[in-house]
Design a protein around this ligand. Structure first.
Ligand SMILES: Nc1ncnc2c1ncn2[C@@H]1O[C@H](COP(=O)(O)OP(=O)(O)OP(=O)(O)O)[C@@H](O)[C@H]1O
Length: 326
């Protein structure tokens, strides 16, 4: 198997221009700040962080829905161009958070699931119909739901429809943006199990976005922790859960233990509020909320420090070589 990542971001940034109030001066907002990430074939990269840290912007860049302001997106080691995006849209499919708003209420399930086939002109009506029924069966829905409408289905069934729509193109990579956070806790684990089974069966590669570390624990092979547009720690899933290094990763892990962790934004118990991305804190952006902050943290932005299986950005490790995980 080739070691070339199937998908890679190299030094990618995305800056929006925003105005505060009608007469406010336009100011830059760096939603994604010099991020490098790679997805190996068959890997599940969990991307976690609080609301507003830039997770969805990163997903949109990977899906070709947003162009990066700086940096490169590489597919199979080749820089992606505008032309490639059309071809790529067959290989990378999204599953979004809210199955209520991501499915057109006026269309039947058959129309919704077959839409990608029709857009890409794959097969005739009969073969599209057959494929829809096959894929519904794969995601655990009876073929009769093809004639139903989204309003006749439960939240979990709708998310199965969204998964069927993503899989009908036989994608290699699925970008799951909070696929379970709009669902009841009891249904969440069914959908996570389904995504895990589908990965095994079809050899899929996932980018799995969540604000909740607990949700990524069972599916992810690696975890990237994002804070104010930057990946502050990346590690294998076992390392992150056993010995998270960044104080923010540790706070997220503690929030997993709070009641109803699957609902809403984690209660990180960090005291100070999440910073305004238009005027980010100086030095390390996390320092106003960090219990381990030192004088240099408000002055100097930490650089990524390589670890045995990823990296961490924190001054705590400036002079302390990080030992290899056993
Ligand atoms: N089109 C846009 N124009 C201006 N600012 C934007 C735009 N899209 C996102 N942002 C800002 O970029 C930052 C990152 O947003 P993003 O949606 O990527 O975060 P997120 O981690 O996915 O949050 P959530 O979990 O709430 O979706 C936020 O401050 C957001 O307000």
């Amino acid at each position: 198997m080739s070691d070339t990542p199937v998908l890679e971001l190299r030094n990618v940034s995305k800056t929006y221009t925003v105005k505060q109030g009608i007469f406010g001066k336009p100011r830059p907002l760096r939603a994604v700040n010099d991020v490098s990430l790679s997805l190996g074939r068959g890997e599940v990269l969990g991307l976690v962080g609080e609301s507003g840290c830039g997770k969805s912007t990163l997903a949109k860049i990977l899906l070709g829905l947003e162009a990066p302001s700086e940096g490169q997106v590489l597919v199979d080691g080749r820089a992606m161009t505008g032309q490639d995006r059309i071809a790529l849209s067959r290989r990378i499919q999204p599953i979004f958070q809210d199955p209520y708003s991501s499915l057109n209420p006026r269309k039947s399930i058959e129309d919704i699931v077959s839409l990608p086939l029709r857009v890409h002109r794959i097969g005739d009506a009969a073969s599209q119909q057959k494929k829809v029924r096959e894929i519904l069966d794969i995601v655990g829905l009876p073929s009769r739901v093809a004639r139903s409408y989204p309003s006749q289905m439960s939240g979990g069934q709708r998310q199965r429809v969204a998964i069927a729509r993503a899989l009908i193109m036989n994608p290699e990579i699925v970008i799951c943006d909070e696929p379970t956070s709009a669902l009841d806790v009891s249904v969440q684990s069914q959908i996570l199990n389904l995504l895990g089974d589908l990965r095994q069966e079809f050899g899929l590669t996932y980018l799995f976005i969540s604000h909740n570390l607990a949700v990524v624990e069972h599916l992810a092979t690696r975890v990237a922790v994002m804070y104010l547009g930057r990946i502050v720690e990346e590690a294998g899933v076992a390392t992150l859960f056993e010995e998270a290094r960044h104080p923010y990763s540790r706070a997220l892990l503690e929030s997993v233990l709070t009641p109803d962790p699957g609902l809403g934004v984690p209660d990180t118990q960090l005291g100070a509020a999440y910073p305004n991305p238009i005027s980010p804190p100086s030095g390390c952006a996390f320092h106003p909320r960090c219990a381990s902050a030192m004088p240099q943290c408000s002055q100097i932005a930490p650089k990524p420090i390589a670890t045995s299986d990823g990296h961490v950005e924190c001054h705590l490790y400036d002079d302390a070589p990080i030992r290899a995980a056993s």
